[in-house]
Design a protein around this ligand. Structure first.
Ligand SMILES: *[C@@H]1O[C@H](CO)[C@@H](O)[C@H](O)[C@H]1NC(C)=O
Ligand SMILES: *[C@@H]1O[C@H](CO)[C@@H](O)[C@H](O)[C@H]1NC(C)=O
Ligand SMILES: *[C@@H]1O[C@H](CO)[C@@H](O)[C@H](O)[C@H]1NC(C)=O
Ligand SMILES: *[C@@H]1O[C@H](CO)[C@@H](O)[C@H](O)[C@H]1NC(C)=O
Ligand SMILES: *[C@@H]1O[C@H](CO)[C@@H](O)[C@H](O)[C@H]1NC(C)=O
Ligand SMILES: *[C@@H]1O[C@H](CO)[C@@H](O)[C@H](O)[C@H]1NC(C)=O
Length: 283
């Protein structure tokens, strides 16, 4: 009996070694393709056709841009595990801002200014609503993209029901003050602290609905960039942290979805009671 158990264990171990050897980190999940939406290229992966999660995701990349394997693999994995369509637009139009570290803000104000980003986000959001059966869209942004998520959850809050900033950069008090949708903020150990810098401003200035649902997570053993272009899949600690980020993001989206479903449910119920009383009155 014991021998059999050992044998099963051994075979299990052997099989996992084989599957690890034949699949490298960037080959594990089905890949997407690039399509043109209006005047912007979009990397899109997965579909919502068989999904119970009534949402799609737009990913906003970091300053390294569109062609980064780590960022694409995040999209592939998120889509496969959460069973949703994920779309990542090429805001920089084939360019990358990372080549201009010396005048990054100047370059970003040209290739990644808010008027361009907001118009791309609106275009991709209406394309997603047309192609997919789900009607809600969440945003996930890395580094520079994290700031764009904050802006979209402030000024495009009718298009997006929530957002997630992963090692977001340039998150100032003025930017987060105007949030209209709840957000999950994830920081690395060398990012500016989320608490109390960001959280206290959100608690003071935004509505209780937004403030109470926001969540703050810090990976103190990780460095800025650890989930997107800076991800090092040869480093076991980095891999564990990425696994954890995926789980936290999925759990956060579940929670926000439940809350928004129960609030519409609640208003539906109020409405039925209202209608009932109204009809009674007429009779
Ligand atoms: C996948 O990862 C391997 C090993 O890190 C690398 O050699 C290869 O270029 C990567 N492929 C893609 C498409 O990123
Ligand atoms: C990304 O890859 C595409 C096709 O391989 C290429 O045309 C484009 O110039 C690349 N962009 C960047 C920023 O490297
Ligand atoms: C700074 O950015 C501009 C683009 O706005 C570019 O033309 C210029 O070459 C950059 N200068 C340096 C020193 O990188
Ligand atoms: C914003 O970005 C677009 C696209 O790169 C560019 O055409 C426009 O001039 C930029 N606006 C400003 C104020 O730099
Ligand atoms: C968002 O809208 C507010 C109020 O209209 C405005 O003050 C703010 O500058 C806008 N933010 C962005 C990033 O456009
Ligand atoms: C990635 O992690 C491995 C293992 O910790 C390390 O040897 C390697 O230098 C790292 N690569 C980079 C680019 O940091």
């Amino acid at each position: 009996m014991q021998l059999l158990c050992l044998l099963v264990l051994f075979i299990g171990f052997f099989e996992s070694q084989i599957s690890q050897a034949t699949t490298s980190w960037n080959e594990t999940y089905p890949k997407g393709q690039v399509t043109r939406v209006k005047n912007v290229d979009v990397y899109t992966v997965g579909s919502n056709a068989y999904s119970t999660n009534d949402l799609s995701v737009i990913v906003i990349y970091d300053i390294f841009g569109f062609n980064i394997s780590q960022t694409r693999v995040f999209c592939d994995r998120f889509s496969a595990q959460y069973k949703v369509q994920v779309a990542m637009p090429d805001f920089f139009r084939g360019k990358t801002a990372s080549l201009h570290i010396n005048n990054l803000t100047t370059v970003l104000s040209v290739i990644g200014n808010w008027s361009q980003v907001s118009s791309d986000l609106s275009d991709v959001a209406s394309w997603l609503k047309g192609t997919s059966p789900s009607h809600r869209i969440a945003l996930i942004g890395f580094c520079w993209g994290g700031l764009q998520v904050v802006r979209a959850c402030s000024n495009l809050s009718t298009l997006f029901f929530t957002g997630i900033s992963i090692h977001g950069a340039w998150l100032t008090e003025d930017e987060v003050r105007q949030l209209q949708q709840p957000m999950l903020f994830i920081a690395a150990g060398d990012d500016p602290p989320l608490k109390p810098d960001i959280s206290s401003v959100i608690e003071k200035w935004t509505s209780p609905r937004v403030a109470n649902q926001c969540q703050y997570e810090t990976y103190s053993n990780m460095k800025h960039g650890f989930v997107s272009a800076g991800a090092n899949y040869s480093n076991p600690e980095n891999v564990i942290a990425i696994d954890d980020v995926h789980e936290k993001v999925r759990n956060f989206l579940d929670r926000i979805s439940r809350n928004s479903a129960s609030s519409t449910h609640h208003s539906m119920r109020c409405f039925s009671v209202f209608l009932f009383l109204f009809l009674l009155n007429i009779i």
